[in-house]
Design a protein. Structure first.
Length: 234
């Protein structure tokens, strides 16, 4: 999504939020509809500390046990040889924020499709999380629940802490795709990306596992799993 698009409806030529200057709105209606979640980070962006180095980008951290998300600077190493690889984020910080002990493993998922608007974005959001958060005793992610609730019921059922980074997608031509031809690069997460995170959590569409695979997993004690990784809340 281009930075001048409305964060809510994606119409062009939106006007910047005067508080954070981190996203645009096409109308008072869209701005008002987004405010209850937007206000969780608007002031934080307006007053954030200076970027530590040119190789740091802003990411959004969702603590498991706090009522609001937080902004963090995270360093990245670019991948210069492979155009459609944005590089690597600083692993020590990911481990400190997301892992509880050395037995935990991290996973990630990348999203460009917005289920609410039925469109692909020109930016990618990248979720980092513990790979077994549904089954390791993690609690509901309070900070993302607080962001989603003003807009509806969460369907992604996040558990444990999350860190979400943003990736720009630069295409040399309209024929390029994210997987072939486009250049991907880590960039600062904006409050338009924040709204995309909310939309993903709000409108997530689960893919059901084939009954035979579900039966086989159930035999070994795995219950309620599906291909998307989401299970209904208890």
């Amino acid at each position: 999504m281009s930075l001048n698009k409305c964060a809510v409806c994606w119409k062009e030529d939106g006007k910047l939020c005067v508080g954070c200057k981190s996203c645009c709105y096409c109308s008072k209606h869209c701005q008002k509809s987004d405010w209850k979640s937007h206000k969780l980070l608007c002031r934080a962006i307006a007053t954030e500390e200076a970027r530590p180095t040119p190789s740091h980008v802003r990411a959004i951290y969702f603590p498991e046990d706090k009522p609001a998300p937080e902004l963090v600077w995270i360093q990245y190493t670019p991948e210069n040889e492979v155009p459609n690889d944005p590089g690597l984020l600083e692993r020590p910080l990911l481990q400190r924020l997301l892992m509880r002990n050395e037995k935990d493993h991290l996973d990630l998922t990348k999203i460009t499709w917005n289920h609410r608007l039925k469109q692909h974005s020109s930016r990618m959001i990248e979720f980092h999380f513990r790979d077994n958060f549904y089954n390791d005793g993690s609690q509901v992610t309070a900070s993302i629940k607080a962001a989603v609730e003003p807009h509806g019921t969460e369907k992604r059922y996040w558990r444990g802490p999350l860190l979400v980074a943003a990736i720009s997608i630069e295409k040399a031509s309209e024929a390029d795709t994210v997987l072939d031809g486009a250049t991907l690069q880590y960039t600062d997460a904006t409050l338009a990306d924040f709204r995309s995170i909310i939309d993903h959590s709000l409108c997530y569409e689960r893919q059901k596992m084939r009954p035979d695979l579900q039966a086989a997993l159930s035999h070994f004690g795995f219950q309620g799993l599906d291909l998307g990784g989401a299970i209904p809340p208890p």
